[in-house]
Design a protein around this ligand. Structure first.
Ligand code: NAD
Ligand code: LMR
Length: 332
């Protein structure tokens, strides 16, 4: 076990982080590498991380390397391989007298966090660092961060893996399959109610999704709203936003990037558009991705969208464009 990987996690005292952090060092996410953790929090709660470090030490993790914590993000960023940017405020809170209902309402509160963090990642992170933004609104926060980082050799992603796992679960139930029988599950667009979970191009068992589920009424009236609104449904049921499922999705995204993608499959995350599928360049958009043998992550370019899918996807692209407009003062 000579190889090491340094992982920075923000929001380390939060709900998602409590599920996420132990599993980064359990020998599964990064395989046989030693994992050095740098946990970041705001000054008001950073001291709480001492308790988490105690628990990690008490848990017997042979793959755990050095564990540090800080409120100094620049210091944390030094030579880091991975950044899991969870730190930000979830919806459901009251801000300036208004209950935050939609993820996009969080732009004003959370967007600013990603300017400074982006700058530090661009300057101090490894040349080939990978960054996964979990904090909402994830796509546009990643846009702000990537723009501030100004370092094109690093890969910025926003998390849509949770949406893809939710979609797999709904499809598996509907078709009496196991979740692992559902593959090639693409989330196009924004991590918001406009996202387009692409059932037509999914693979169920060995067949295309549209051959197995030929029921456009169910897709439009049940499947899409169920997946698009699942985050809100969990908040309503739990009184707090998804945490353990979000942590699992972040781990699955790391694993998907650390290992070559199986032939014929893809995974979901949002990355900067290079114009693929007609998306304006630079928007952080949900795409089908593949990891190649050399470790690079690329957009899968051979997916065919139906007219129905194109129309749905366009709604999400329009929303991403308007979010970019709303944060243009934060973009250099
Ligand atoms: P939480 O409130 O439990 O924890 C967030 C933590 O972030 C807090 O401890 C807070 O102190 C910390 N924080 C705030 N600003 C920070 C900063 N500048 N640097 C470092 N830490 C900072 O929230 P949570 O349930 O863990 O959720 C975190 C975020 O993830 C929310 O924005 C939520 O909406 C989002 N989320 C995204 C997805 C997704 O699929 N993309 C899924 C679930 C939740
Ligand atoms: C989710 O999808 O569960 C998260 O984005 C949290 C939220 O606000 O919905």
């Amino acid at each position: 076990m000579n190889e090491r990987v340094k992982v920075v996690v923000t929001g380390a005292a939060g709900q998602i982080a409590y599920s996420l952090i132990p599993r980064l060092v359990d020998g599964k996410t990064f395989g046989n590498k030693k994992v050095d953790l740098c946990l970041v929090e705001i000054p008001q709660v950073v001291d709480k991380l001492e308790g988490l470090v105690m628990e990690l030490e008490d848990s017997y993790f042979p793959h755990m390397g050095e564990v540090t914590y800080t409120d100094d993000f620049e210091k944390a960023s030094l030579e880091a391989d991975w950044f899991l940017l969870v730190g930000s405020i979830p919806r459901g809170i009251v801000y300036e007298g208004k209950k935050i209902e939609e993820r996009s309402d969080l732009l004003k509160i959370n967007g600013g966090i990603f300017v400074k963090q982006g700058e530090a990642i661009g300057k101090f992170g490894k040349k080939n660092a990978k960054v996964l933004v979990v904090g909402n609104p994830a796509n546009t926060n990643a846009l702000i961060g990537k723009n501030s980082a100004n370092n094109d050799s690093q890969l910025w992603m926003a998390m849509t893996m949770l949406d893809s796992s939710r979609a797999k679960s709904v499809i598996a139930k509907k078709t009496n399959n196991d979740v692992s029988d559902v593959k090639h599950m693409i989330i196009w667009g924004n991590h918001s109610p406009t996202m387009y979970p692409d059932i037509e191009n999914s693979i169920i068992g060995s067949q295309k999704g549209n051959a197995v589920i030929d029921d456009s009424k169910w897709i439009e009236d049940s499947f899409l709203p169920l997946v698009q609104q699942r985050g809100k449904a969990v908040i309503d049921a739990r009184g707090a936003s998804s945490a353990t499922s979000a942590a699992k999705a972040a781990l699955d995204t790391v694993i998907a990037c650390e290992n070559p993608t199986e032939q014929g499959d893809c995974f979901s995350a949002a990355i900067a558009s290079d114009g693929s599928y007609g998306v304006p360049e630079g928007l952080i958009c949900g795409y089908p991705l593949v990891t190649l043998e050399d470790g690079s992550v690329e957009i899968k370019r051979d997916v065919v969208l139906s007219d129905f899918a194109k129309a749905k996807f366009q709604v999400s692209i329009d929303e991403l464009n308007s979010e970019r407009e709303a944060v243009k003062h934060l973009l250099k």
